[in-house]
Design a protein around this ligand. Structure first.
Ligand SMILES: Cc1cc2nc3c(=O)[nH]c(=O)nc-3n(C[C@H](O)[C@H](O)[C@H](O)COP(=O)(O)O)c2cc1C
Length: 173
């Protein structure tokens, strides 16, 4: 069973996931097919007086096409220590070439409020409606170190701001 929770009730679990194996970002591709991608970078906070989840997607990802044009995404957080193989596969293989959800045995489930679905095997869920997107540029970086370390090929991330319109978790989490 799942229960609705305030968006900021389980931040420790979100941060724990992002800083270890990752969480799963789910986006519909341009044809409406869902694709899971492991993320390690993201923020939950307040922007425009709303609860917002911000994710960063590199233009080389298959996910980029859907999140650049779509209206929603979900962030799906596994229980600590769970879904490690799925996180590794969804963070190393591209949805261009592989049905990653099928390959990992992940189950898509309709979201309550947005078009992008959730991943049933996870334990904590954020449904997000995209409010804005901002493409980082080489010129936007003050730090030459960050630029050189993270963008040697010159492909800065697209930053995507999603309003958290639903958040819920497994009862026993
Ligand atoms: C732990 C981990 C965290 C990652 N975090 C991000 C991220 O925040 N943003 C991003 O663009 N790629 C990130 N990646 C890389 C993508 O998950 C990876 O390139 C994936 O294969 C892209 O899938 P896609 O082509 O189906 O979109 C991460 C990978 C791992 C293993």
């Amino acid at each position: 069973m799942r229960k609705e929770i305030e968006w900021n009730r389980k931040l420790d679990l979100v941060w724990g996931a992002l800083s270890s194996g990752g969480a799963l970002l789910a986006v519909l591709d341009e044809k409406g097919k869902p694709n899971p991608m492991t993320i390690g970078w993201g923020e939950l906070g307040i922007v425009w007086s709303r609860p917002v989840c911000t994710v960063l997607v590199r233009p080389t990802r298959y996910t980029y096409g859907g999140i650049r044009t779509g209206d929603s995404f979900t962030v799906n957080v596994p229980r600590p220590g769970e879904l490690e193989e799925a996180l590794a596969l969804c963070g190393s293989k591209s949805g261009r070439a592989l049905d990653k959800a099928k390959a990992c045995g992940l189950t898509w489930e309709p979201s309550k409020k947005v078009k992008a679905p959730i991943i049933a095997e996870c334990a904590l869920f954020f449904e997000c409606e995209i409010l804005s997107r901002a493409q980082l540029s080489r010129e936007s970086f003050r730090s030459a170190d960050v630029l050189a370390t993270f963008y040697p090929k010159g492909d800065p991330h697209l930053v995507v701001f999603g309003e958290i319109v639903a958040s819920y978790a497994e009862d026993d989490l």
